[in-house]
Design a protein around this ligand. Structure first.
Ligand code: TLP
Length: 360
């Protein structure tokens, strides 16, 4: 596919452009003032989503960051503590919003290689009622896990954490920005994946290719609170059916094809693993994200990224975790082979350190 940006864009699945069906749906969307509950397209999207995820209700929001923020605000009272993983997106990339805007301190627990928290550590971190202890407001998980190379949590893993939290009266929220990727990787209906947890945020604007939007799902009461907090942060919209129409196409037409993206990510990961000087954790490459590391004594991350870009392939930098490539519906098999070819020639051109060369 000739990439619309003129280069092969593996930086993220957020770069996907709306499909022709989305453009048509957007042009023809019936709309109304959503703050009066009168946008029929938004109402339809929320009803469809709640049903698909097996929860009572849903609230459409403008971004994943907003969805996570207001879900957390809704679960917590001011001063409550938020338990989350030290590799979570909420901790790394969401401006510390819940802490700064909600007055909710973060309690970071170790994330394992597969994006999982240790249930015993969660149990230990949940505070007993005692003066000096903040109340624990919510436990957050992430599925699929971005910084863990798109690793997928199985429903029984979510259940383990939920059991520990629920026993202590604490709800569980899932940052499921890519929850349909998780469901596709597991070969399970998405409702089964999220059944153990209380709330989920997921994005239409990533692998599902909509131009805008995310959604929060949970119980009817919880979603009422989410709506109030959406207004609080200025996120309540008016004729949002124009964008919700594209999100309906995401739900109805874009979820079934995700295994294609996963197969391409797999091919990328396996191809990268065969290149001398590149390390990839093939076990955690379970969905559409590939995180890999070129040997630092041969080429720096910046050099590698620049070398790829010079050849028309964009990728992103995840610091010490490595570099990231994400597959999505605008990435073809040829794009994958081209990216691998470029990576191979870059590494062939990068000097092997003298000591290693002598050892050979
Ligand atoms: N992730 C983006 C950004 O980090 C740039 C990406 O390219 O992967 N949760 C998870 C797990 C995410 O990966 C993201 C976005 C979000 C939440 C936030 O969604 P948005 O960008 O809609 O606020």
């Amino acid at each position: 596919m000739a990439h619309p940006n003129g280069f092969i864009d593996l930086r993220s699945d957020t770069v996907t452009l709306p499909t022709p069906a989305m453009r048509r749906a957007m042009a023809e969307a019936e709309v109304g003032d959503d703050q009066y509950g009168e946008d029929p397209t938004v109402n339809r999207l929320e009803a469809l989503t709640a049903e698909r995820l097996g929860k009572e209700a849903a609230c459409y929001v403008s971004s994943g960051t907003m969805g996570n923020l207001i879900a957390i605000l809704t679960h917590c009272g001011r001063g409550d503590e938020v338990i989350l993983g030290d590799e979570s997106h909420i901790f790394w990339y969401e401006s510390g919003g819940a802490a700064t805007l909600g007055g909710l301190p973060f309690n970071k627990l170790r994330t394992d290689r597969f994006g999982m928290l240790d249930p015993r550590e969660v149990a230990d971190a949940i505070r007993a009622p005692r003066p000096g202890y903040p109340r624990t407001g919510v436990v957050c998980l992430e599925n699929t896990h971005n910084r863990c190379g798109g690793a997928v949590l199985r429903p029984e893993q979510l259940r383990q954490i939920a059991d520990v939290a629920h026993e202590r009266g604490v709800p569980v929220h899932v940052d499921g920005a890519r929850i349909f990727n998780a469901a596709a990787a597991l070969g399970l209906p998405v409702a089964e994946v999220v059944a153990p947890v209380d709330s989920v945020q997921f994005c239409f604007s990533k692998g599902l290719a909509a131009p805008v939007g995310s959604i929060v799902v949970g119980s009817r009461d919880f979603i009422q609170g989410v709506r109030a907090n959406r207004k609080l942060v200025g996120g309540a919209m008016r004729q949002a059916g124009v964008i919700a129409a594209a999100a309906i196409v995401s739900l109805t037409e874009m979820t079934e094809r995700l295994p294609e993206d996963h197969a391409r990510a797999r091919r990328l990961a396996e191809g990268l693993a065969q290149i001398d000087g590149i390390h990839v954790d093939l076990e955690t490459t379970q969905s559409n994200i590939v995180i890999f590391r070129p040997a630092a004594d041969r080429i720096t991350s910046e050099e590698f990224i620049a070398g790829m870009a010079e050849d028309g392939v964009k990728i992103s930098n995840y610091g010490l975790r490595g570099l990231r490539m994400v597959t999505h519906y605008q990435i073809t098999d040829e794009d994958v082979e081209k990216a691998l070819g470029t990576a191979r020639s870059l590494m062939e051109g990068a000097a092997v350190p003298v000591a290693a060369a002598v050892a050979k």
